[in-house]
Design a protein around this ligand. Structure first.
Ligand SMILES: [Zn+2]
Ligand SMILES: [Zn+2]
Length: 182
């Protein structure tokens, strides 16, 4: 079964799922979603895919399979490029408030656990953001054999002529050349 998310692109109220009991699940289609990224990172396209929320004996297991594209630049020639990103994540969220009694749960017992909000909302956005950051390529290339930039003129080596006459060569390179032992 698919249904739109209620509160936000990656936020769901899971009260119903908590009430349904262990093993119950809901599937949500994600399309046209977006997310803020830190460090000058930028999405080049929307996030799409599917999120499945499943009631476990302790809380809610979120499984997501998402795709998007990241904007970036070629590590060699600095031309803009986009990198397809494929994200899979699986995280269990534990309640902050006991669903049966309405009493606060002892969160300090598991300080590292991901938590549902006091209103039984699951916010998957931080996990989605982390997963996208992890999937970011370290040194993307616009093509595998990108020759990079010309050391003399600074333009991409696969554009134009780079058979530079000597008088165009950077004087610093010329000075190095003069040190050759021959
Ligand atoms: Zn390149
Ligand atoms: Zn050149």
């Amino acid at each position: 079964m698919s249904a739109p998310s209620i509160d936000g692109q990656f936020t769901w109220n899971v009260s119903g799922l908590l009430a349904d009991g262990v093993g119950a699940d809901r599937t949500y289609d994600i399309s046209g979603a977006t997310i803020e990224l830190p460090d000058e990172l930028e999405l080049a396209g929307p996030i799409s895919g599917r999120v499945r929320l499943k009631r476990t004996n302790r809380g809610i297991l979120a499984e997501a399979r998402l795709t998007t594209t990241l904007a970036g630049e070629c590590a060699r020639c600095l031309r803009p490029l986009t990198t397809p990103i494929d994200v899979r994540l699986e995280e269990e969220y534990l309640p902050s408030i006991d669903f049966q009694t309405g009493r606060p749960v002892d969160i300090d017992a598991e300080p590292e656990a991901l938590r549902l909000s006091d209103h039984h909302e699951l916010d998957l956005e931080p996990s989605v953001r982390d997963a996208i950051l992890l999937a970011e390529p370290i040194a993307p290339l616009d093509r595998p054999d990108c020759p990079g930039l010309c050391a003399v003129c600074g333009l991409p080596l696969d554009e134009g002529e780079h058979d530079h006459p000597d008088d165009e060569i950077d004087p610093r390179l010329e000075a190095l050349r003069a040190f050759r032992p021959d």
